[in-house]
Design a protein around this ligand. Sequence first.
Ligand SMILES: Nc1ncnc2c1ncn2[C@@H]1O[C@H](COP(=O)(O)OP(=O)(O)OP(=O)(O)O)[C@@H](O)[C@H]1O
Length: 928
Amino acid sequence: MTEAEGIVGEFKSLKRSSDADVLAMQVGDFYEFFDEDAELVGEELDLKTSKKSSGGTKYPMAGVPVAELTPYLKALVERGYRVAVANQRETDSGHVREIERVATPGTLLETSDADARYVAAVVESGSTADSRSGGGADAYGLAFADVTTGRFYVTEIDGDDPRGKTLTELYRFDPVEVLPGPAVREDDDLLGTVRDRTGATPTLFDADAFAPGGADRALREQFGAETVDSVGIDADAAIRAAGAIVAYVEETGTGVLASMTRLQRYRDADHVELDATTQRNLELTETMQGDRSGSLYDTIDHTVTSPGGRLLKEWLQRPRRSRDVLRRRQESVEALAAAALAREELRETLGEAYDLERLASKSTHGSADARDLLAARDTLGLLPELEAAIDAAPQLADSPLTDIVDQPDREAAAELRERLDAALAEDPPSTVREGGMLTQGFDEELDEIIERHEQVEEWFDTLAEREREEYGLAHVSVGRNKTDGYYIQVGKSAADGVPEHYENVKTLKNSERFVTDELEEKEREIMRLEERRGDLEYELFCELRDAVAAAAETLQDVGRAIAEIDALASLAVHAVGNDWTRPELAEPGEPVEIEQGRHPVVEQTTDFVPNGASLTDDRRFLIVTGPNMSGKSTYMRQTALIVLLAQIGSFVPARSAQVGVVDGIYTRVGALDELAQGRSTFMVEMQELSNILHSATDESLVILDEVGRGTATYDGISIAWAATEYLVNEIGARTLFATHYHELTALGDHFDTVANVHVAADETDGEVTFLRTVRDGPTDRSYGIHVADLAGVPDPVVDRSQDVLARLRDDEAIDIRGSGGSGGETKQVVFDVQSGQMTTASADGGAESAARGSASNDAVSGVEGGRTASGGENKRTASKDGSDDGDAELDESAAEVLDELADLSINDTPPVELMAKVQEWQDELDGA
Ligand SMILES: Nc1ncnc2c1ncn2[C@@H]1O[C@H](COP(=O)(O)OP(=O)(O)OP(=O)(O)O)[C@@H](O)[C@H]1O
């Protein structure tokens, strides 16, 4: 067997044992890829491939230097590959290669960007036959490992819609990798949705790891039986999910597990229900277009540390329901808002902080270098500074901020700091193998080495001087380089006079280089010393790093305290800079009353007109009408955002606000991107509505921006009407509902708790001015045509719409300009609203025939289709049988009348009576 065959053969058998897509195998100083793996990395990563001969066959081969593997791993993992890494170890009998780890998105987290943090596992429980085919189980167990902060969350989700809620939590945590349990992995729809929304790759990990016994054992081994019991996760599914992650992280072998110190039960009931659709509709962390810029987070984030930024984002994604928790945050924000100087001092101190949460995992993973540890030392030292700054400002000293700095184990933090301080040199290199990391006085042996090293260096430094004096040599110097080591260099003119024991090693243009026995001996000594120093320092450094890893919990706690102060200070900065106010938090289910509220994002760029929102017990449901573009959506969103901000503990953009804490915020807003997924707009709309009607309670806030527009007018109105009744009668959720269906404003007369408001606009001489003011009562008109005009719809169409609208308003007959008829002559069909009569006339005005809206009429009975109830599509078919040409034309024109009337009613507000009449007439047609 040739060497090449040996290597390619070994590569292939390792690859087979790894269940990875790609293998990177260490061969000396390189990681190499062979055969199809080489072709794959060649293509995906633009790596140069060459050929490697093996038993007569030539295999493609590619390689990267050992130190440069990580970026290539990341690039492959980002493209969805699992990459196994086989390392080479020297043993007495040659080298051995073994798979050390498998790189996947989750296991690469500690080296990737700050936003990606979670590995999730999801398992089903009480699975019905249904769930096996992806239909849904009784309950789901969920676990999330936060690789950055070392927290581990577990939960079980049951109740009404466990699958929907599971999806919500998955979006909320936004994991980079998901391990689906045995039955969940067949739920293509769930996994597909998760992948689309979060980009998380499902990893089909060993199904046995999800089995109850093994998972429980894994969990107890990781966190200790006591912790597992005290956290009180009795739910089988939760344990299975958590245990599977532990087994997975262990198997992928990154060492991250050591920093997983906190097992926490995650209760979705502690948090405001905020489904993925709502997070997107409210543009919490990115806009509907997917940009971070312009999101609420982007607007209010003034944090100066990355842990602070992460935490603030987490607060936005997981608003709280506990008034105690929120009040404490409010108190801190209030104190920080008041104490401007102290706040800025705090923020300046915070600005020096290093990401300790991340460092904890870097240490346990063994990738932290001396500079990291030095930064950790300095950051640990900030804690007393922060405390001093807080104590010095009376407002802050009385606030819950004091508890925050008190949370971490201060003694352990100080101890670790001292230990690092005693060990580290002030300006360490970023390499860990070459010495220079540790300070003098830390280790006796090291000191001796350093001292001796200095002496030998001194000997070399003074050598030239000594040689010059002793042998009268001119132009002599001592140098060192990588290839020649140390040498004595003598200028050409003096080279003849060197003593006999000089041995010439190199001739240069103007000089000669020599060595002596003594020089070579000293050189060997200095090399030995450097090697020993490197080894010893590395050993000592690893001990130090292990000590830091062992203190992961302390680091995480200090990191958390810093993050909290930073996030709270950020809220204070925004509140002060934008004149926000502290909302009063009332009991769950109490009214939401906002005076002069503003939209937190829109107010940044617009001269904003504030509006109040009063969702009291006798006004639980507000129907919001108003012209297009008047500000309905903005008004509803600002109300939701004010409630949400109140429930992260923030101040809010309003003159005053009272918020009865809500258990969930639900929104339905025009769908954007679902069409790409093959669902119709209307289907999505109805799914969202259905979700809201299933999930909302009388303690929820519901925002509906148009319901029922995606279908036929009457279907739409009926659904909207019925949904309103249900929300009012059965659920009692506080709701804002914007609609263009003027008919719905009548609901205000039917229900005590439903009220109408409208966003006002003013029209003088055909010029519409948006006032942006919300007033009581329904809107009187809609100005849709004005918006059409603004949008550049051609003038004839705009003029014609004005005309049609005017006639509709005045209940007048509309002349429909239908075309057709023999010889290209234009016919007019006139539908008389009062009488229900329709007349056709040729363009010259002469009446030709008349058709009443009566079933007995042959001509009309030939019309097929009309508006179909479900599809919302209009079909106009002119009947041919038994009718003459004139009849057919009439049919067509009659259908056009219906279409036009029906369409108008969508965007405009013809009187209800007219609508009823049209319907009556249509029914007659359909019935015929
Ligand atoms: N209170 C306000 N003060 C200033 N500008 C506002 C205010 N409310 C809305 N706007 C601006 O008016 C524009 C239209 O607002 P919005 O989209 O909320 O209207 P809309 O009534 O929901 O429209 P449509 O019915 O067409 O969906 C937005 O550009 C927004 O920035």
